[in-house]
Design a protein around this ligand. Structure first.
Ligand SMILES: NC(=O)c1ccc[n+]([C@@H]2O[C@H](COP(=O)([O-])OP(=O)(O)OC[C@H]3O[C@@H](n4cnc5c(N)ncnc54)[C@H](OP(=O)(O)O)[C@@H]3O)[C@@H](O)[C@H]2O)c1
Length: 375
């Protein structure tokens, strides 16, 4: 029997992972968190709803290795959906030493570096470790692979993020990780066949189409993009860009956030609350979270463009659903390969899109033959 423990299973992302896993798989699921009463309440609710007693609750604190050892006993995989990058080493090393497969949705350069340093050990132990899972990171490289598979030769593949949940944006401690990630900000993109300078950034206007329309966007480097040019040697341009939201956010709230972080780097919690207040206060429709890939290349010798988008009104759904769609591929063995993988590189992107759509994500793809340029 497949046994998956979701660390942080009562959080915004975690509870959706648990719910979609119960609905879409036959795995036994354990909800792990420090507040056992909340974990038990969620397990009871889901067991009642699906009446098959597949969900259990257990106490676990990522900062306490002993508690992880107790919680992880008998499990097959741990899914890390808690904002606990500060304790990533505890969770990663405990999973490895106890022979558990692993998946995380966390942001964090140090976590990624640690996993990379353990990659050989993970492979030698025949364990499957999946990192950089979720919306972003997670979906951009999967969407690039999806778009590229519609072309014989992919020349450019830009990914664009639009995040606007309006006043429905909930605050959680995980916002600390978002603010922490600003410290590691790097806006590199791959352009004209090479990466732009480390820590450089680009501001460009892209047309999202539909009701989002043309937006100024800011580049943001994601680890999952790094190896795309070697995966697709014909690629001349790729990158991830995040859309502007509201002029007050772009020109007032964000500059204050950056300056505050520079002057008082220890004030992460207050800075995060201020940023979230700004995002929940200054907004205008359309309200949703969307990721697009805009790719161009050749098909049967003709220039073709491919546009694919995935969207949901709730950004936590857009994080949890790709994770569960990946876990479905893991559970049936397709994606259960030894080694360290980034989600977007491991999954079968066609099946990912199909399964995400079944779970409520709006997916659209438009393939268009372009007029060949006459010289
Ligand atoms: N990849 C993506 O696209 C993406 C998107 C959004 C978020 N994220 C990441 O997803 C993670 C979760 O975000 P979220 O907003 O869902 O967070 P959240 O709602 O704050 O998650 C809280 C959950 O984590 C548990 N938790 C907190 N500290 C813990 C500890 N020391 N040990 C064990 N459990 C602990 C909480 O339970 P207790 O308090 O009871 O312990 C609760 O279950 C974050 O790392 C965030 O950066 C990724």
């Amino acid at each position: 029997m497949s046994k998956i423990l979701v660390l942080g299973g009562t959080g915004y992302t975690g509870r959706l992972i648990v719910k979609h896993l119960v609905e879409n798989s036959k795995a036994d699921i354990t909800v792990a968190a420090r507040h056992l009463d909340r974990a038990q309440a969620l397990a009871d609710e889901l067991n009642q709803q699906y009446s098959d007693d597949r969900v259990k609750a257990i106490y676990a604190d990522a900062s306490q290795t002993d508690s992880l050892c107790q919680a992880f006993a008998d499990q097959m995989m741990v899914v890390v959906a808690a904002p606990t990058t500060a304790y990533a080493e505890n969770v990663i090393r405990t999973s490895l030493s106890m022979g558990l497969d692993y998946l995380d949705v966390q942001l964090g350069a140090q976590k990624f570096a640690l996993l990379q340093s353990l990659a050989h050990e993970i492979e030698r132990a025949s364990l499957c470790f999946i990192t950089e899972a979720g919306f972003h990171p997670g979906l951009p490289s999967a969407l690039v692979r999806y778009a590229a598979s519609h072309l014989d030769r992919v020349e450019s593949a830009i990914t664009l993020g639009y995040l606007n949940m309006g006043k429905g944006l909930p605050y959680s401690e995980a916002v600390d990780e978002v603010v922490e990630s600003f410290r590691e900000y790097n806006g590199q993109v791959f352009k004209n066949g090479s990466w732009t300078k480390l820590n450089s950034y680009e501001m460009r206007t892209f047309d999202f189409g539909g009701d989002i329309g043309r937006r100024r966007c800011y580049s943001m480097f994601l680890e999952e993009l790094r190896t795309l040019p070697s995966l697709f040697p014909s690629l001349r341009e790729t990158g991830f860009y995040i859309s502007e939201m509201h002029w007050l956010l772009d020109w007032v709230i964000m500059p204050i956030t950056w300056a505050w972080l520079k002057i008082a780097p220890q004030a992460v919690r207050s800075i995060g609350k201020f940023l979230w207040w700004g995002m929940g206060t200054f907004h205008k429709p359309p309200y949703r979270v969307e990721l697009q890939v805009q790719a161009a290349g050749l098909k049967d010798g003709r220039p073709v463009t491919v546009r694919s988008s995935v969207a949901h009104p709730d950004g936590y759904e857009l994080t949890a659903i790709p994770v569960v769609a990946t876990l479905l591929q893991y559970l049936d063995g397709i994606a259960r390969k030894p080694g360290l993988w980034m989600m977007g590189h491991l999954v079968d992107p066609f099946r990912l899109i199909k399964d995400m759509e079944k779970m409520g994500i709006t997916c659209a793809t438009r393939i268009q033959a372009e007029e060949a340029e006459c010289l």
